[in-house]
Design a protein around this ligand. Structure first.
Ligand SMILES: Nc1ncnc2c1ncn2[C@@H]1O[C@H](COP(=O)(O)OP(=O)(O)OP(=O)(O)O)[C@@H](O)[C@H]1O
Length: 250
């Protein structure tokens, strides 16, 4: 049985409008979810349904108001203890990469934080540039000298260089042209085979989500209303909201 990487039990996230209390709003309501090593869970749902909030909980960036999150079968602990074990790839690579740093330096940074030696860092940066399909020539370039697809490959290299056990892809291909999207989705799947990370793939795009995900969870107003293997979800979704999402794709 493959190891569960992230496990959420009865997670609730309550936001309050304003600093002085204000009205409480549950953006995530009693969510149970688990993701295994080597597995991608696609998280879909309308804007504002709570997908990014849930992603932030999985990354340990947001403490849930209620519920328990565990990582690799143990309590999550602190972000410091989890350094290098989790990563995120966001929609806009130009925001994720410092424009003043050469791409190789941006990719090396997480290894410096982990205290990896200079020699080992050089070896791992070269290997990961190779894994994401960018040769040596890109290490010394600045993000502004790259195409959107190439920049997203650098973001993925940065996310992967520490060999994390879990990665959140939050609208990671949404800003790319369709043909480049397909290349990046293929890359994500190849890298998952190679490195075995568990992944949460958050997207508005049901077709892209289907392509990379083993399971699909549908979020609606803070709740997971369906969690099914991809083949079953795309064949016959159970929940009326999922059926509506699917018919919007047809
Ligand atoms: N820091 C915050 N304070 C108060 N409310 C918030 C905060 N962050 C998000 N929200 C609200 O929580 C709800 C869920 O937001 P979230 O960003 O998780 O949704 P989403 O499904 O990722 O949306 P999108 O697809 O548009 O990115 C929304 O109604 C949003 O307005």
């Amino acid at each position: 049985m493959t190891e569960t990487v992230v496990d959420l039990q009865h997670i609730v996230v309550t936001y309050r409008a304003g600093f002085l209390g204000g009205e409480a709003f549950d953006a995530v309501r009693k969510v149970n979810l688990s993701i295994r090593a080597g597995e991608t869970l696609g998280l879909v749902g309308e804007s504002g349904s709570g997908k990014t909030t849930l992603g932030r909980v999985c990354l340990g960036l947001l403490a849930p108001t209620q519920g328990v999150m565990s990582f690799g079968g143990a309590p999550f602990g602190t972000l410091r203890q989890r350094r290098g074990q989790l990563s995120v790839v966001l929609q806009h690579s130009e925001w994720a990469l410092n424009p003043r740093l050469r791409c190789g330096v941006s990719v090396e940074e997480p290894l410096i934080i982990l205290g990896v030696t200079a020699e080992e860092r050089r070896r791992r940066v070269a290997a990961i540039f190779d894994s994401v399909g960018l040769g040596d020539g890109y290490v010394d370039r600045f993000p502004g000298q790259l195409s959107g697809g190439q920049r997203q490959r650098v973001s993925i290299a940065r996310a992967l260089v520490t060999e994390p056990r879990f990665i959140v892809f939050d609208e990671a291909v949404s800003a790319l042209d369709v043909s480049v999207q397909a290349q990046v989705l293929n890359l994500i799947m190849d890298l998952q085979h190679k490195y075995g990370f568990g992944a949460l793939f958050i997207s508005h795009d049901l077709a892209a989500t289907r392509y990379v995900s083993h399971r699909i969870a549908v979020m609606y107003r803070g709740e997971i209303v369906e969690d099914a293997p991809s083949e079953r979800f795309y064949g016959t979704p159970d929940h009326p909201y999922s059926q509506m999402l699917m018919s919007s794709l047809a």
